[in-house]
Design a protein around this ligand. Structure first.
Ligand code: MG
Length: 188
């Protein structure tokens, strides 16, 4: 079994579109520091999984093909840096769809990823910028959670809270330090 990093998309991987949706590739802008963070985690052997809600499809504001195109662009840019996601899970249902079982905070997208990629959720992490992201991780049994403090109310406790996506990589480098990184003890 492997460990994974689950990432929310809007507000974490790319700049938040506010109350709307990223409808076109031109409106998808990577957050500063995220590509380096993903590349670092991948180099440490983590499986990278994107878990995103894209209700704009359900609302008819964009097609599934348009969403796929945006994700293909995102993946090609990330791949140039060895940082592409291993899988993408998107809930495109309407928030009030009574038949939807995948919308956050449902653990369904994470549990599907775990089954398909043989993931150990107790050693996995989730990074999100919304209460629903953190609650989804808790519901799925993902042990470690990191909340990016955005403009949304913060009511579900995360293991760690960061002010900015740029703070992720320095934190990860400390938390995932291995003996090899430390070099010789200066006093020995
Ligand atoms: Mg978000």
């Amino acid at each position: 079994m492997r460990s994974a990093f689950f990432f929310d998309r809007d507000g974490v991987v790319n700049r938040s579109p506010g109350d709307g949706y990223v409808l076109r590739q031109e409106d998808f802008h990577f957050n500063e520091g995220i590509i380096e963070t993903l590349a670092f985690l991948k180099s440490r052997g983590f499986v990278l999984i994107l878990v995103t809600s894209q209700q704009g499809v359900g609302k008819g504001q964009m097609t599934q093909a348009a969403l796929d195109e945006i994700h293909a662009y995102m993946q090609s840019e990330l791949a140039r840096h060895g940082a592409a996601f291993d899988a993408i899970f998107a809930c495109t249902c309407l928030a009030d769809d009574p038949h939807c079982t995948c919308r956050k905070p449902s653990p369904e997208m994470i549990l599907r990823a775990a089954a398909e990629h043989d993931l150990d959720l107790t050693t996995s992490w989730l990074v999100g910028d919304h209460d629903r992201d953190i609650q989804m991780a808790c519901n799925a049994g993902v042990f470690h959670t990191i909340r990016i403090r955005g403009d949304k109310p913060l009511q579900v406790a995360a293991e760690r809270v960061l002010d900015d996506v740029r703070d992720l990589l320095p934190l990860m480098k400390i938390l995932l330090l291995t003996p090899d990184d430390q070099g010789p003890c200066p006093l020995s």
